[in-house]
Design a protein around this ligand. Structure first.
Ligand code: ADP
Length: 404
C-alpha cells in the first residue's frame, strides 16, 4: 500500500510518500510560499537528485497538483500514476475533545474540524485546505486525519482544567489540550522498546524540543500531563514563544505600550522566547555558538530555556510520584548535547547519571545517554511524526477494508 502524508500550513505544504510494506520513504518534499508568484517546490525522490522549482502557486490545490506531477514525472517520478496512491494521511493540529484517535475523513469529520477553527485559527483552516486540495485532485481517494491533541485526551481533569470559572469550559471548551501528541506517543513507544520494558510499566517524561517545545508526563503508556495548554503558547520557553507567564502581563502591556490584543498575541507567540532574551535568534545553534563566544544575552537565553525545562521535569516526576526515563526528541532535543547536558547535570538528585561521552557523540540513532547503573535513564529518540501518520492511515484503511 502507498500512503501520501501531508502537513498543510497556511502558506506551505510538506509531503512524504510511503510504501507501507517496508515503511520506506519513496519521496518527500515541500511547497513553500503558497499564494505567491515565486512559490518554491522542493522535491527529494529516493535515490535521485533533489529538484527545486520556483513558480506561481496561488493555492493549495495547485500545490498538490504540482506535487502529484512530480511524483509521476517520467524522469524524476517514483510512481507511474497517481492512482497508485492508496490513501492520504493529514496532520491536523487541533482535534479538540472530539477526537482521541486518528479517523478517516467524512463529512462529519470535516464539519468537526471546521468547528474547531476557533481553537486553532492558524492551523486547522490550513489543514482543511489540504484536505480539500486532495479531494479536488484525487476525487474519492480515502483520507485520514491524525491529530496533535489526540494522545493527550487521556489527561485527567485535574491536569486539563484551568482553575478559572467553569462556565468557560462548559460554553467554550476552554481547557488544556496539549500538542505534539503524535511525537510524544511515538518516542515513548520507541523508548520502551530501547529499554526493553513494557511501556505500560514505565513513568516517562518525553521532551519534544524543536522550534515549538513541550514535555509530557506519560504513565501507564498514557499522557498524564503536558506543558502546552489550550494553545501551544503555554509551558516551556520556546524559540519565539514565551511559554508560561503571568496572564496579568497581557492587560498591563496593552495599557502601558498601547498595544492591541492581536499585537500582544503576536509578541508572545512570535517575538518572545530565545529570540527575545538573546536579541539574536530563535535558533538554538546560533544561541549556543554566540554563548560559546562570550555573548551574555545568549547565555542568559540558554540558561532560562534549560531552567524552565528542568523545572517541568521536576514537576512531572512529582506528578507521577516517580520517574524511569527522560526522552529527548525534535530539532533541539536530538541535536543539542549542550542542552541535554545542562538539564541532566542538575538532575542528579533524581538519580540521573549522564554518560558525558555518549551524550556528546553525534548520531542519528536511538540511544541511551546515561551511565550504566543510572537510576533514571535518559534517551535520545529521533521523532518521526510522518511515519505515525502513514501507519495510522494504513491501519484505518485496512480496518475499513476488513469491515467492507
Ligand atoms: P519544528 O518545531 O519546526 O518541527 P524542529 O524539531 O525541526 O522544529 O527543530 C528546529 C530547531 O532545532 C531549530 O530551530 C534549531 O534551533 C534546532 N537545532 C537543529 N539542529 C541543531 C543543532 N545541531 N544544535 C542545536 N539545535 C539544533
Amino acid at each position: 500500500m502507498i500512503v501520501l502524508v501531508i502537513n498543510a500550513g497556511s502558506s506551505s505544504l510538506k509531503f512524504q510518500l510511503y510504501e507501507m510494506r517496508e515503511e520506506s520513504v519513496l519521496a518527500k518534499g515541500k511547497v513553500e510560499r503558497i499564494g505567491m508568484d515565486s512559490a518554491i517546490l522542493t522535491y527529494e525522490p529516493e535515490g535521485k537528485p533533489e529538484i527545486r522549482e520556483v513558480s506561481e502557486i496561488l493555492e493549495h490545490t495547485t500545490a498538490i497538483k504540482r506535487v502529484l506531477a512530480m511524483l509521476v514525472h517520467p524522469q524524476h517520478g517514483v510512481l507511474e500514476s497517481a492512482a497508485q496512491i492508496d490513501a492520504v494521511g493529514h496532520r491536523v493540529v487541533h482535534g479538540g475533545e472530539s477526537f482521541s484517535s486518528s479517523v478517516l475523513v467524512d463529512d462529519e469529520v470535516k464539519r468537526e474540524i471546521k468547528r474547531l477553527f476557533d481553537l486553532a485559527p492558524l492551523h486547522n483552516p490550513a489543514h482543511m485546505l489540504g484536505i480539500q486540495a486532495v479531494e479536488a485532485n484525487m476525487p474519492g481517494k480515502p483520507q485520514a486525519v491524525v491529530f496533535d491533541t489526540a494522545f493527550h485526551q487521556t489527561m485527567p481533569e485535574m491536569s486539563y482544567l484551568y482553575p478559572i470559572p467553569m462556565v468557560l469550559y462548559r460554553k467554550h471548551k476552554v481547557r488544556r489540550y496539549g500538542f505534539h501528541g503524535t511525537s510524544h506517543a511515538y518516542v515513548s513507544e520507541r523508548a520502551a522498546a530501547v529499554l526493553g520494558r513494557p511501556l505500560a510499566e514505565l513513568k516517562l517524561i518525553t521532551c519534544h524540543i524543536g522550534n515549538g517545545a513541550s514535555c509530557t508526563a506519560i504513565r501507564d503508556g498514557r499522557s498524564f500531563d503536558t506543558t502546552m495548554g489550550m494553545t501551544p503558547l503555554e509551558g516551556l520557553m520556546m524559540g519565539t514563544r514565551s511559554g508560561d507567564i503571568d496572564p496579568a502581563i497581557v492587560p498591563f502591556t496593552m495599557d502601558k505600550e498601547d498595544l492591541t490584543l492581536s499585537e500582544v498575541n503576536s509578541m508572545l507567540n512570535k517575538h518572545s522566547g530565545l529570540m527575545a532574551i538573546s536579541g539574536l535568534s530563535s535558533d538554538m545553534r546560533e544561541i549556543t555558538q554566540a554563548m560559546e563566544s562570550g555573548d551574555r544575552s545568549a547565555a542568559l537565553a540558554f540558561q532560562m530555556y534549560e531552567y524552565r525545562l528542568r523545572k517541568y521535569i521536576g514537576a512531572y516526576a512529582a506528578a507521577m510520584n516517580g520517574l524511569d526515563a527522560i526522552v529527548f526528541t525534535a530539532g533541539v532535543g536530538e541535536n543539542s548535547a549542550a542542552l541535554r547536558a545542562a538539564v541532566c547535570r542538575n538532575l542528579t538528585f533524581l538519580g540521573v547519571e549522564l554518560d558525558e561521552e555518549a551524550n556528546a557523540r553525534r548520531s542519528a540513532d536511538e540511544r541511551i545517554i546515561t551511565a550504566a547503573g543510572s537510576r533514571v535513564q535518559v534517551l535520545v529518540i529521533p521523532t518521526n511524526e510522518e511515519l505515525v501518520i502513514a501507519r495510522d492511515t494504513y491501519r484505518l484503511i485496512l480496518d475499513r477494508n476488513h469491515v467492507e
